[in-house]
Ligand binder design. Structure first.
Ligand code: URA
Length: 230
């Protein structure tokens, strides 16, 4: 028989969603679905991954356990781009499998999306040591790869998660609080797409009050998806 205090404590933990807050264990979301993309797209993705893997003199690559290339559905018309892999992602070779990933999944679910319906990558494909932000030099090194990645996937909606992704792909001239929640038409190589910037889930875990702004952005993505009949 549980004591009254223990029952209260369990209720409290459920209320504050303690798994999300305290559970550090990686969630294995690696899926082997065959999304049946065209041979061309598949070859292009493989070639891109290979060109990232055979880079010379990249300290990030030297120190990482695994390349973190992408997750989700390469056929999707919705692509999300984060910052860089963390420890869990490095371990599994899959983006957003740690705590930020759990929140990202919740955000996707709130607008009836999931990893089978979107495609996810990062600005850099190897974990920066100590989970630090990638430096400008590192970002510049990886910029051609993520640009190519976007060109191959050809998303109709591109969601940039956080200021690193925003600065890398849109520019350094502005701050995320001013740029989030707006649609921007942007060309990557010859490919033009609609971009929206929103807060990174890791930032939202530190600043939960900003979740209400992220919810506005998520609803914009939901509406755009409906408008574009994706
Ligand atoms: N944060 C990111 O930006 N990317 C990941 O893959 C995980 C955490």
């Amino acid at each position: 028989m549980l004591k009254k205090n223990s029952v209260k404590l369990i209720k409290y933990y459920n209320f504050i969603n303690h798994n999300l807050i305290f559970n550090n264990k990686a969630i294995n979301r690696y899926r082997k679905e065959n999304f049946e993309i065209s041979e061309d797209k598949s070859k292009n993705l493989e070639a891109l991954k290979k060109s990232i893997m055979i880079q010379k003199n990249c300290d990030l690559k030297k120190q990482a356990k695994n390349i973190v290339f992408s997750d989700g559905n390469p056929k999707s018309k919705i692509m999300l781009i984060g910052e860089a892999p963390g420890a869990n992602e490095d371990q599994e070779g899959v983006p957003f499998v740690g705590r930020a990933g759990a929140l990202l999944d919740k955000m996707l679910t709130s607008i009836e999306l999931d990893r089978k319906k979107v495609y996810i990558s990062n600005i850099v494909n190897f974990r920066p040591p100590e989970n630090r932000r990638p430096t400008e030099k590192e970002i510049n090194r990886y910029l051609p790869f993520i640009t190519k990645h976007i060109e191959i996937i050809e998303p109709k909606i591109l969601v940039l998660l956080g200021s690193t992704a925003m600065n890398a792909l849109i520019g350094n001239h502005t701050v995320i609080s001013k740029m989030r929640g707006k649609w921007i038409e942007k060309k990557f190589g010859n490919f033009k797409t609609s971009v929206i910037i929103t807060f990174h889930p890791a930032f939202l875990m530190r600043q939960p009050a900003q979740k209400k702004m992220a919810w506005i952005d998520l609803k914009m993505i939901r509406d755009k998806k409906a408008y574009l009949k994706i």
